[in-house]
Structures are given as C-alpha cells and as structure tokens.
Design a protein around this ligand. Sequence first.
Ligand SMILES: Cc1cc2nc3c(=O)[nH]c(=O)nc-3n(C[C@H](O)[C@H](O)[C@H](O)COP(=O)(O)OP(=O)(O)OC[C@H]3O[C@@H](n4cnc5c(N)ncnc54)[C@H](O)[C@@H]3O)c2cc1C
Ligand code: FES
Length: 274
Amino acid sequence: MSQSGVSEVSVVDNVPFGRTAGAPQFFALRLEKPDTPGWENWRPGQFVMLRPSSWGLDMPWGRPFSISRVSSRELVLFIQAVGRGTERIRDLRRGDLVRVWGPLGNGFAMDPKVPTLLLAGGMGVVPFVGYVEKHPRPAELTMIFGHRMPEDCYPVETLGERIELEAYHEASPEDLEWFLRHIRSRITAYAASKGLVLACGPQPFLKAIQSYALECGARAQLSLEHRMGCGVGACLGCVCSTTDKWPVASKAGQPVQVCNHGPVFWADQIVLGD
Ligand SMILES: Cc1cc2nc3c(=O)[nH]c(=O)nc-3n(C[C@H](O)[C@H](O)[C@H](O)COP(=O)(O)OP(=O)(O)OC[C@H]3O[C@@H](n4cnc5c(N)ncnc54)[C@H](O)[C@@H]3O)c2cc1C
Ligand code: FES
C-alpha cells in the first residue's frame, strides 16, 4: 500500500455536470493537489476521504470518493449528491477549504498486455477515468457502462475518444435484464481469452458480476462502495467477509475492512451481502 496523509487544500472550482431537473445532482470538484506523500504514484481505484473544514460536530466523518484525475496542480473528483454530506459538498465554492486523506486503499490491477474489460455501473465509472488515462495500452481496454441518468451526467466523454466504449441507458427492467445477459456473455468471452475483468458500481451490479465471474472462472476484481467512517481501518464501519481463497490463511472467512484491504478485491476472495 502506498504512503498517504491528511492535508487541507482549497477548492479550485465545483462545476455541475449534465442535465438533471432541479438542483444539480452531479458535479466535478477540482481541488488543489494535496502536498502529502503518495500522489506521484497513486493507483486508479484508490480513493480519498474528504471533509470540508467548515463542517461541525454534527458531521464528524469525511466521505469517500474515487480519485478520478491528478495533475501537477489539481485533484479532480466526480460526485453525485445523494444525501446530507454530498449535498453540502455540492455547495462548496472556489477558495473553500477541505481536508483530504489519501490516496487510500489498494487500486485495480493493471496488466498492459492483457485485454481488460471495464464494467461500470453509474458513478462506478469514476475510477476508470484515471485507469484509462494511466493505462499504457488503452487499445487493450473495452468498457461497458450502464447508467440510469442521462449520459452527460457522467465523465465518459473523453473515455470514448480513447477506448472502445459501450454505453447503455437503463430505462426499464427489460433493459436491465438484457444488460446483465450481455455482461455475462462478455465476461465468459474474457475468461476464455484469459483477460482481466474490473468492475465498479452498486452492490447488486457487483453481485451479478461476481456470480458470472465465478461460474466461468474469469479473473475479476470488484471495487466496493461501502459506507465508510474513518477510511483508515480504525472504526470497523466498512467490513466485508472473506472466503477460503483469502491470501492470508489465518484470516480466511473472517471480516476485513474495505477501506484498508480494498476497496478493490478479487471476486473469489469476498462474500458480498445484499
Ligand atoms: C471507495 C469509494 C469510492 C466512492 N467513490 C465515489 C465517487 O467517485 N463519486 C460519488 O459520487 N460517490 C462515490 N462513493 C459513494 C459516496 O462515498 C457516498 O455517496 C457518500 O459517502 C454519501 O454521503 P452522504 O452523506 O451524501 O449520504 P448519506 O446521507 O450518508 O446517505 C444518503 C444515501 O446514500 C446511501 N449511501 C451512503 N453511502 C453510500 C455508499 N458508499 N454507497 C452507496 N450508497 C451509499 C445511504 O444508504 C443513503 O441512502 C464512493 C464510496 C466508496 C466507499
Ligand atoms: S471506514 Fe473505518 S474501518 Fe473502514
């Protein structure tokens, strides 16, 4: 695991993304790049815990967000407002201060010589923005992206210029059934060609992918979006159970913290709840 730390940085800007009715629900948050260790070698799939400095004791915990892009000056996150914390983060403006812990967690496997299938559900696309930008051979990457909100709410425009991108809008239960059948057949094909399958999205989406990967023996990793408190392994607020394939035999079958053992796990090493 890479080094990381906590720093207080300024918001560069916070721009709404896409067309939604009412208050903007999606936004790109650009922050000054933290000066803590680990940022030169961050890995796509890693995340930060973010807590605006103005939050009071009613909001003691930060919120976890995937690292999307890091430049020499900026850290970029894409955020969907879904509750109390993310709605307040939506209100951040240029110059506001936030505390950032990171980069945290392990990140996705990257094997440049191997065809790699990226499976993204909704905001699960965010860690793949950096994955595609950092991959030395993007021609080996294909992404299947399922989404419910309009496509322009998600940061996929630049992805389509670099890799083969199939985006599917899910408007009905029939669409979902078709989408899952399609994913299953593509996972089976990647298993046959010894490819790599990487997935990020809501838990039911990950559960379906896990079961398809296990039935055909695909090499697959899943990035879990559990609720988190401390983000660094101390509060036990984010555990999931391991299987007998967990690499440390004495810990197999035991719960592990998603924040510091993940958030990315091999599909055959964890048990996903509902
Ligand atoms: C490793 C990791 C990376 C993430 N990356 C991103 C990202 O790039 N962009 C992004 O928008 N979100 C991301 N999330 C999810 C984000 O952290 C949550 O949406 C956020 O913490 C919700 O905070 P809140 O205070 O607004 O919601 P709350 O008020 O705490 O909850 C509002 C609703 O959201 C649900 N909820 C809360 N946390 C989660 C969660 N982790 N997953 C699913 N539902 C949740 C609650 O059950 C509730 O229904 C990530 C989560 C993890 C663990
Ligand atoms: S969030 Fe505290 S242990 Fe993972």
